[in-house]
Design a binder for this molecule. Structure first.
Ligand code: BEZ
Length: 211
């Protein structure tokens, strides 16, 4: 059975472009984004890693570390990183795992044989500081990922972990949020002094409470 939300992210040791790491130790108290790509020296992956490099400060702002994995060697990752810097206006600012023995790919079920070969698909795991898996995404090889969406979900998780709210469809940081259906109107009045709007008894909107 694959990994599910709420499971502990499996630990591993692996060779990376920043040396050998123990995954849980490397994460420390940070949030983590573990993501796989199919292969080095391929076009979509080149744009993806460049995009993540450009979002370095956005991940740091959220106390989140990114680590990337493919079944290519660390040597290939170094060489390919030069192409990324040359073509994407961003450099690789995060470790890339050389998973030649597929240990990490198999642990996280990142190889989907019906997708054509034995390389990894575009998986994403968002992991919280308790090492719990909080989001998973799997994209096909033909579609590059939207990293703003990953940042958006981290924002939502960090907000909803701390306040009795959830975030609506297409929510962006600063938009109104949903009062948790688990709390009464009386409790909501105390928790949200700015008030809330009851569209339906199960759908009550309020201002984002940490602003
Ligand atoms: C790409 O990144 O462009 C790619 C990688 C593997 C298979 C197909 C496309």
């Amino acid at each position: 059975m694959g990994l599910r939300l709420g499971d502990t992210a499996p630990n591993f040791t692996a060779k990376t472009t920043e040396g050998t790491i123990d995954f849980h130790e490397w994460l420390g108290d940070s949030w983590g984004v573990l993501m796989s790509h199919p292969a080095d020296f391929t076009p979509v992956c080149t744009t993806e890693l460049g995009a993540v490099g450009g979002l370095d400060s956005e991940f740091a702002k959220r106390n989140a570390k990114v680590i990337v994995v493919s079944v290519d060697s660390v040597d290939d990752h170094y060489k390919w990183s030069q192409d990324i810097a040359e073509t994407q206006n961003n450099s690789v600012t995060f470790p890339i795992i050389g998973d030649e023995d597929r240990k990490v790919a198999e642990l996280y079920d990142m190889i989907h044989p019906n997708e054509g070969d034995t390389s990894t698909v575009r998986s994403v795991f968002v992991i919280d500081p308790n090492k719990k898996i909080r989001m998973t995404l799997t994209y096909p090889k033909s579609a590059g990922r939207n990293f703003d969406e990953i940042l958006r979900v981290i924002d939502s998780l960090q907000l909803t972990d701390n306040y009795k709210v959830t975030t609506p469809a297409d929510w962006q940081y600063g938009d109104d949020v949903i009062v948790s259906p688990a709390i009464s109107n009386e409790e909501a009045e105390k928790l949200f002094p700015a008030g809330f709007t009851e569209l339906k008894p199960y759908l009550r909107m309020t201002k984002q409470p940490n602003l």
